[in-house]
Design a protein. Structure first.
Length: 226
């Protein structure tokens, strides 16, 4: 199911107001299904993939998922249960070519906040639904003991640009990534900062946005869970 929702049929949210999507093929947060809302739970961090000009970027979700699975399983040594995984992939719209990095991050982090809010409202809604089949989405998502929106999922985002992906890349972890802090700190055990990875940062864009390699971003996220 993780592969299906993050690779084959990822949610494609648009950060722009209704009827203004530049790609016109993306969904809005209100279109989030119960399946995808459930899939946001028990994940450590959201990954937002930004489409570019290269069609090779369409292969990135597959390469990224395979790399993450092996990386996550080795680091956490945990079975995948109740959808537990290190990240959930979203494919957002392509921003205008001249969009500043800070503006792009602002759009994505605002989008992430709205998605998290929608997940919470959907989980409340399914509590009122009639008891259905045992394994129907509304039935499994109903149990809040097992499907939990992780605080870190609200607090951190990873943004990947499709055009940065090279199919000849042996290690996907070397791909550049924007690692951002959203400012949402409810439920965290401590305040987040990039101090622990300062020697790995390639560009300090702001106090809450850094450019690192994907491998560093994932290690940062995993470290917050330890």
């Amino acid at each position: 199911m993780i592969h299906h929702r993050s690779v084959r049929l990822p949610f494609r949210p648009c950060p722009y107001p209704s009827n203004t999507c530049p790609d016109r093929i993306h969904n809005h947060v209100e279109d989030l299904s119960v399946d995808h809302a459930e899939d946001c739970c028990n994940k450590n961090v959201p990954k937002y993939m930004i489409p570019g000009q290269s069609r090779l970027g369409n292969l990135l979700p597959y390469a990224l998922h395979n790399w993450l699975y092996h990386k996550w399983y080795r680091l956490c040594r945990s079975d995948i249960e109740y959808g537990q995984f290190i990240a959930k992939l979203f494919v957002s719209c392509s921003p205008p070519m001249d969009t500043p990095t800070v503006s792009l991050v602002g759009q994505i982090n605002d989008l992430n906040a709205r998605i998290c809010s929608k997940v919470a409202s959907i989980q409340k809604y399914v509590q009122t639904c009639p008891i259905g089949e045992r394994f129907s989405p509304t039935q499994t998502f109903r149990d809040e003991r097992f499907y939990v929106m992780q605080p870190l999922f609200k607090a951190v985002t990873i943004i990947l640009l499709n055009d940065e992906y090279d199919v000849r890349m042996v290690d996907v972890g070397k791909m550049p990534a924007l690692l951002t802090l959203t400012g949402e700190e409810d439920g965290l055990s401590q305040q987040l900062s990039f101090k622990s990875i300062s020697d790995k940062v390639e560009d300090f864009i702001s106090e809450t946005i850094v450019l690192v390699r994907l491998n560093t971003a994932i290690k940062f996220v995993v470290a917050q869970q330890e």
